[in-house]
Design a protein around this ligand. Sequence first.
Ligand SMILES: O=c1ccn([C@@H]2O[C@H](COP(=O)(O)O)[C@@H](O)[C@H]2O)c(=O)[nH]1
Length: 273
Amino acid sequence: MNYQALSAQIRQKKSYLCVGLDTDIQKLPPHLANVPDPVFEFNKAIIDATAPYAVAYKPNIAFYEAQGPRGWESLQKTLDYIPKDCFTIADAKRGDIGNTSGLYARAFFDPSAAGLNFDSITVAPYMGHDSVMPFLAYPGKWVILLALTSNPGSADFQRQLVDNETQELFETVIQKAQTWATHEQLMFVVGATQADQIARIRELAPDNFLLVPGVGAQGGSLADVSKNGLTKDGGLLVNASRSILYASSGIDFAEAAAAEAKAIQQEMATYLN
Ligand SMILES: O=c1ccn([C@@H]2O[C@H](COP(=O)(O)O)[C@@H](O)[C@H]2O)c(=O)[nH]1
C-alpha cells in the first residue's frame, strides 16, 4: 500500500489505529484451546471485530517465531486474512550486514520466498545505511525505522547527545535516514510515552508517517500524540496491542476488542476533524 492509499484509508475510516497482533498463546481464551490453530482462530476473530475501526495490523513476529513452524503457519494465515485495504507491518526489528538484511527483506517482502508479503517491516538503525538499504530495494515496500522507542531503556542510547553534543542520537537517525529514502517509503517508530518529543520530531520529519506504539497498556496519551503528530495526510499510525487483544479473557473477547477499538477510533475521529 502506498502513501496516498494509506492516507485515503485514514480519511475514509476516520482512524489511524493499528491493531497489534501480539498473540500470546498463554493468554488465549480457554474455549479456543482445542481448535486446530488457536492463534489463527483468535486473530481471525480479532480482525473481523476490529477491521471497521483499524487501518493497519501489526503482528509482532516474536509471538509467532516463538511457536516454531506452527507459529509461522499461523502468521502466514493471519497475514492472508487481513483485509487488503489495511496496511500490514511485520514488527520484526531486523537489520544486519547487507547480504543478511537482503535475506530478511526477502523473507518478509517476497511472497515467492517464505510466502509472506507484508507492506512494511520495522528495522533497527544501529548498523547504519548498508543494513537498511536492502529493505528499501523492494519498490512499494516500507521501512519503519526505530527512532525513539517507548521503553525506559530508550534513554540509554537514543537520548544521548551526539554530533559534538548538538543533538540526541534519535534526531541524527531521523535526519540521516531521510537521505536514504523519501517519506513514501520511510516511517519512524516513536513511542507514545515520548509524546513530549513529537513536536521536535515533526520539525525533523514533517511528512513521514510515525508508527506510535505505547498507548493502552504502556500508558501513553493518544491526545498528546495526536496534537503534535497529525499532518494533513494523517501521518500517524497509533498501535494498541494488549489493551485490544485482551480486553476480555472470556468467550466475549472479540466483542470486547471491538468496543476498545471503536473507542480509540472515535477519539481519533475527533482529532482528525
Ligand atoms: O518502541 C516500541 C517499539 C515497538 N513496540 C511494540 O509495540 C507493541 C506494543 O504493545 P502494547 O501491548 O500495546 O503495549 C508491542 O508489539 C511492542 O513490541 C513498542 O511497544 N515500543
